[in-house]
Design a protein around this ligand. Structure first.
Ligand code: C2E
Ligand code: CA
Ligand code: CA
Length: 324
């Protein structure tokens, strides 16, 4: 006979089952579950192997893709909400694998990062952007956002990488803004401060990307002064639907005003979002409401076609352009 007594409640459970019977029951239970456990372990092993093989083949594919010219850059316009002009664009990498179609950039950048390829891939991006801008210069006031990892920004060679790009495109092709995601905080090391100083002195701006999703605090922003904060798409899509995230958005807007930093809203998809952001004093917006990312020749034509005709804050200056 077995007895279990509760320490917290006035209960005791007594079992009068025969110990031999219980042992027999446990044995039978283990026997009937064992095949499932083995199967589950096999399935887990197969999935792990499949995942690692996929990762390795994707990493090898990235190396090969850079050699074979499978990567391209698309550019998404950024609009100044104060006057409806196109203030610049964000460069976004695209990978079209032959026979397999497009691969999502967040997927291949994660694989590149895990396999020590994010810096070679960013250098490849700089090479492609350099080629695009030589072919289609956008103008000296045109601010082009380039996504950089925090790890790359903390190295001494980022300064040379940017200087090389600027030398390739020449003066007047575009101004550059380095976007560093907030999900990966910058390390507070001397090299980071030194790079910030050199890049800032040469006119290169700095933005914190995906703002509101990571670790930034007021102290972090005071330690690393930046020129722009990019409000994450999640907060923009909350406008008019999600009260909690909308109040976080208001806090971000207040923080930017306090720090005297300009704000860019990402993922603006509706006129309602645009009006809300403009009324709150957000300076720039990008999103499918205006345009999807596109090749550089199309961007040049798009900027020419929509000059002074894009919807800004308050009264609409014109209808929203049709997005392909
Ligand atoms: P991100 O830097 O936050 O880029 C913005 C993403 O939002 C882009 O996705 C863009 O196409 C998308 N987007 C813009 N407007 C809208 C909108 O109105 N609605 C919706 N639903 N989406 C919108 P994309 O091009 O797929 O890039 C995803 C992420 O991959 C980027 O997020 C960035 O983290 C990474 N990535 C892309 N290109 C590069 C690159 O050249 N270097 C690095 N390090 N990362 C890159
Ligand atoms: Ca970005
Ligand atoms: Ca972003």
């Amino acid at each position: 006979m077995q007895e279990v007594v509760s320490a917290d409640y006035p209960f005791r459970v007594r079992s009068q089952a025969d110990a031999a019977l219980l042992a027999e029951y446990r044995k039978r239970l283990a026997g009937s579950y064992a095949p499932f456990v083995v199967l589950l372990a096999l399935l887990f092993g197969y999935l792990c192997r499949h995942f690692l093989k996929y990762q390795f083949s994707l990493a090898a594919g990235i190396r090969r893709g850079m050699r074979r010219g499978e990567f391209q850059v698309h550019y998404q316009p950024v609009i100044d909400l104060r006057d409806g002009s196109c203030a610049g664009a964000e460069a976004l990498m695209r990978w079209f694998r032959p026979g397999q179609g497009p691969v999502r950039p967040d997927i291949f950048f994660a694989v590149a990062e895990a396999n020590g390829l994010s810096i070679p891939l960013t250098r490849h991006l700089f090479k492609l952007v350099g080629r695009d801008l030589r072919h289609c210069p956008m103008g000296p006031q045109f601010r082009l956002g380039l996504n950089i990892t925090a790890g790359h920004f903390a190295r001494p060679d980022i300064v040379d990488d940017v200087a090389r790009l600027r030398q390739v495109v020449g003066s007047g092709a575009a101004d550059f803004v380095l976007e560093i995601t907030e999900r990966e905080p910058l390390p507070p090391i001397d090299q980071v401060y030194e790079n910030m100083g050199v890049l800032n002195a040469s006119g290169v701006k700095l933005a914190i990307d995906d703002f509101g999703t990571g670790h930034s605090s007021l102290a972090y922003l005071e330690k690393f002064p930046v020129d722009y904060l990019k409000i994450d798409r999640g907060f923009v899509s909350a406008i008019g639907t999600d009260a909690v995230n909308a109040s976080v958005l208001e806090m971000i807007i207040g923080l930017a005003a306090r720090l005297d930093v300009e704000l860019t809203a990402e993922g603006v998809e509706t006129r309602e979002q645009l009006d809300y952001l403009a009324a709150k004093g957000v300076h720039y917006a990008q999103g499918f409401l205006y345009a999807k990312p596109m090749p550089i020749e199309q961007l040049q034509a798009w900027v020419r076609e929509h000059r002074g005709r894009l919807p800004a804050g308050g009264a609409a200056t014109d209808s929203v352009p049709a997005v392909a």
